[in-house]
Design a protein around this ligand. Structure first.
Ligand code: FAD
Length: 482
């Protein structure tokens, strides 16, 4: 048994864990990270955000090539070299994760490859990845620990994973392109990966237990996606419950029940189960500490990330929604600062969310259903009036702003269209800085860009958008009156 010592130990090296570790080291602490992978990166890099976005980029190139036929460019039938595509994606992951290893070394952080488990509120047991059950383990003594162990795909208990029944991790390996694919779950992971496979040539059917796609997202934004995607997916079945998934000799079978109780069996080459994610809190030895979880296993913390145990913090997916990489990183930095003794709390005004389908959907701040109970004006700028959108042959997009009628403050933004994920940063900045409509309307946005739709959306609040007629209802402030 080896003994190690650290001021701060971080368990899990995803975007929450490594961001916390790097800042803790920058603030002068002696830091260790424990993670089973060879390099930092976590789910986000290895089997989440980065892996999926590489494949979605390839999917978008294929779909753009198809769209280009409308303006006279025909590239012929696409030739897909799957192993090259897979290697390209894996190379991106290796570049990023080994870059993180260099940054870890430069900061003198000790990186320990293995699985950690609490012995008590000051000690961890670390076992090697190759032999998790062996009696040979290291003990690491710490003053403070940050749990950043993230989450894993939720599975149907009656549908073991197999060659034909995949979770998101397996789907990202793109071993082959099935002729037919069923995606169970129309959340963002199901729709993103469904789009990848559909663009690569699979006939994709999507089933969703709820009565709508992306229930948390505003309907007008989802409508932009649904219109563009109606030719991509073979079928989207809503209010349909999957009862059972079984591997068959030639693929997989789904037993489904529709809303009116009709039972049906459907056969596919492969099935992707994308029904949500569960926290990695089960095998951490939390029973040896004062850390508490909720009934679903998410670790409970205060606004600094501190758990019910004075010495232990928790951040990222393992603490629950929004279960997004950028939220995990922001929480990680707050926890590191709190441990360093700084007076900080995690209280962002908004956390942006992006769905990287085509069109992308991005939003931040209040949504349509929240706006209903407030004195809010929703201004919409349809991309049909954007010169840049026309030059991209993408007039299907929509930008909208939620503006408080009295204070004129921007309280929310929603965008559906290509690059929505890049554009939403303006909404985040506006809301965090308490910007009013005039701030955005009077800030000169470069022409021709999609970002002009944000500026003109804000101008249209006053009835003064150049490219959109709307009767004038209020006086636009001057720079001096903002
Ligand atoms: P994770 O990234 O989950 O990392 C946790 C790490 O802890 C892992 O390496 C794990 O192996 C390790 N660990 C677990 N148990 C132990 C233990 N006992 N000892 C040591 N180490 C342990 N989010 C976005 O913001 N944008 C996106 O576009 C996006 N796309 C996604 C696409 C897919 C397909 C998936 C699955 C997720 C996506 N997410 C996206 C979500 C994002 O990946 C997570 O929100 C993010 O990774 C959470 O970060 P984290 O630091 O909490 O933990």
């Amino acid at each position: 048994m080896n003994s190690l010592k650290s001021d701060v130990v971080i368990i899990g090296a995803g975007p929450g864990g490594y961001a916390a570790a790097f800042l803790a080291a920058d603030l002068g602490m002696q830091v260790s990270i424990v993670d089973p992978e060879a390099h930092p990166g976590g789910v986000c890099l290895y089997r989440g955000c980065i892996a999926s976005k590489a494949l979605l980029h390839a999917a978008k190139v294929l779909s753009d090539a198809e769209d280009a036929k409308q303006f006279g460019l025909n590239f012929g039938n696409p030739q897909i070299d799957l192993s090259k595509l897979r290697n390209w994606k894996d190379d991106i992951i290796l570049k990023l994760t080994s870059g993180l290893s260099s940054l870890t070394k430069s900061r003198n952080i000790t990186y320990i490859q293995g699985y950690a488990k609490f012995r008590n509120s000051n000690e961890l047991e670390i076992r090697s990845v190759s032999d998790e059950k062996s009696d040979d383990f290291k003990v690491l003594t710490f003053q403070k620990a940050i749990i950043a162990t993230g989450s894993k795909p939720a599975h149907f208990p009656y549908a073991p994973l197999s060659e034909s029944i995949m979770d998101s991790t397996m789907a990202l390996q793109i071993k082959n392109i099935p002729k037919t694919l069923l995606v169970v779950g129309a959340g963002y992971i199901g729709l993103e990966l469904g789009s990848v496979y559909a663009n690569l040539g699979s006939e994709v059917t999507i089933v969703e237990a709820g009565d709508t796609l992306l229930p948390a997202v505003d309907r007008d934004l989802v409508a932009v996606f649904a219109k563009k995607q109606k030719n991509l997916f073979k079928e989207i079945l809503l209010s349909v419950k999957v009862e059972k998934l079984t591997q068959t000799d030639h693929g997989a079978k789904a037993q489904i029940v529709s809303e009116d109780g009709e039972e049906k069996q459907m056969f596919f080459d492969k099935i992707l189960s994308a029904i949500g994610r569960n926290p990695n809190s089960q095998f951490l030895g939390l029973e040896n500490t004062n850390v508490k979880t909720d009934e679903k296993g998410f670790i409970q913390t205060d606004e600094t990330g501190k758990t019910f145990d004075e010495n232990i913090y928790a951040i990222g997916d393992v603490t629950g929604e929004p279960m997004l990489a950028h939220a995990a990183s922001a929480q990680g930095k707050i926890a590191a600062e709190a441990i360093a003794g700084e007076n900080v709390i995690y209280a962002p005004r908004v956390v942006p969310a992006v769905i990287f389908t085509d069109p992308q959907i991005a939003w931040c701040g209040i949504t349509q259903s929240q706006a209903k109970t407030m004195d809010i004006e929703v201004v919409r700028f349809p991309w049909g009036a954007s010169g840049r959108a026309l030059t991209m042959n993408r007039t299907d997009g929509l930008t909208k702003l939620f503006i408080d009628r009295k204070s004129k403050r921007i309280l929310g933004m929603g965008i559906a269209g290509p690059e929505a994920g890049e554009m939403i940063a303006e909404g985040v900045l506006a809301i965090e800085m308490g910007a009013v409509a005039g701030d955005i309307g009077m800030s000169i946005h470069a022409h021709p860009t999609l970002s002009e739709t944000v500026m003109e959306g804000a101008e249209s609040f006053f009835g003064q958008a150049t490219h959109l007629y709307r009767p004038q209802t209020k006086t636009k402030p001057t720079k001096d009156t903002i």
